[in-house]
Design a protein around this ligand. Structure first.
Ligand code: BTN
Length: 230
């Protein structure tokens, strides 16, 4: 594992994105805290000391742009497996790529594709995991491993996530979400349940019928490819 470690950064994703050309495939950018941690949909990611904040740079060859979302889902699955191995057996995946414990968010992932002259050069996969925080002041319910009574070292969590990710990565590069669908569904407890999806502030309720081979959500008779599960 190649780690470039900082005490503080505005955002590990911003750093990785801005220095993309000089960073190697597989490089990790790690920060103890972030002053402008970024979440999906222009949201803020609170990044107080105690959490794990890193971005992984991947530069796959001949990568299909359609598989971009699957890489993020492979990272979510990797984090979920790590949390299980640390004793957080209740960790589940929430579509498209959040992780919840007891209904509260414990991990979020923000991926950014990097293009040069219209060509996809790679992806920055940013991961925030709540590990050692005593409390989390976020507008939505959030939890850390410590709040669940689980002690874990940042370095062991990072190493486990990294190793899990590299078991899925070649398969996802080859075949997309299909390669991890079965595994993903094992940790996705919403099939045949009534769920709510928010797309551009509009809410849709329906029965979840699982995920398709592209990682899109099957809601009633619709295929949903953008939005968030509430
Ligand atoms: C989300 O759930 O909205 C995604 C949150 C992603 C947060 C991580 S923390 C490390 C990396 N750097 C950032 O600025 N964001 C990601």
């Amino acid at each position: 594992m190649e780690i470039l470690s900082f005490e503080v950064l505005p955002s590990t994703n911003t750093y990785a994105y801005e220095h993309f050309d000089t960073l190697k495939d597989g490089q990790i950018i790690l920060a103890k805290t972030q002053t402008s941690g970024r979440g999906r949909k222009e949201r803020v990611w609170l990044s107080a000391e105690g959490g794990l904040y890193f971005s992984l740079v991947v530069k796959p060859q001949n990568f299909k742009i359609d598989f971009l979302g699957s890489l993020t889902q492979a990272m979510a699955l990797s984090v979920c497996k790590t949390l299980h191995s640390l004793g957080a057996k209740e960790a589940v995946l929430k579509w498209p790529n959040d992780i919840l414990c007891q209904g509260k968010k414990i991990c979020g992932i923000l991926s950014q594709a990097v293009f040069k002259e219209g060509e996809l050069c790679g992806v920055v996969i940013g991961v925030g995991v709540n590990i050692g925080q005593e409390k989390i002041d976020s507008p939505k319910p959030a939890v850390s491993l410590k709040m669940l009574g689980i002690k874990a070292k940042q370095s062991e969590v990072l190493e486990s996530i990294f190793n899990n990710f590299y078991t899925y990565y070649p398969k996802v590069c080859q075949s997309g979400f299909k390669a991890i669908k079965e595994e993903f569904l094992k940790d996705f407890p919403f099939v045949n349940k009534e769920i709510k999806i928010v797309v551009d502030k509009k809410e849709f309720c329906g029965i979840c019928h699982g995920l398709d081979d592209k990682g899109q959500l099957l809601l009633d008779n619709k295929v949903v490819n953008i939005g968030d599960m509430e």
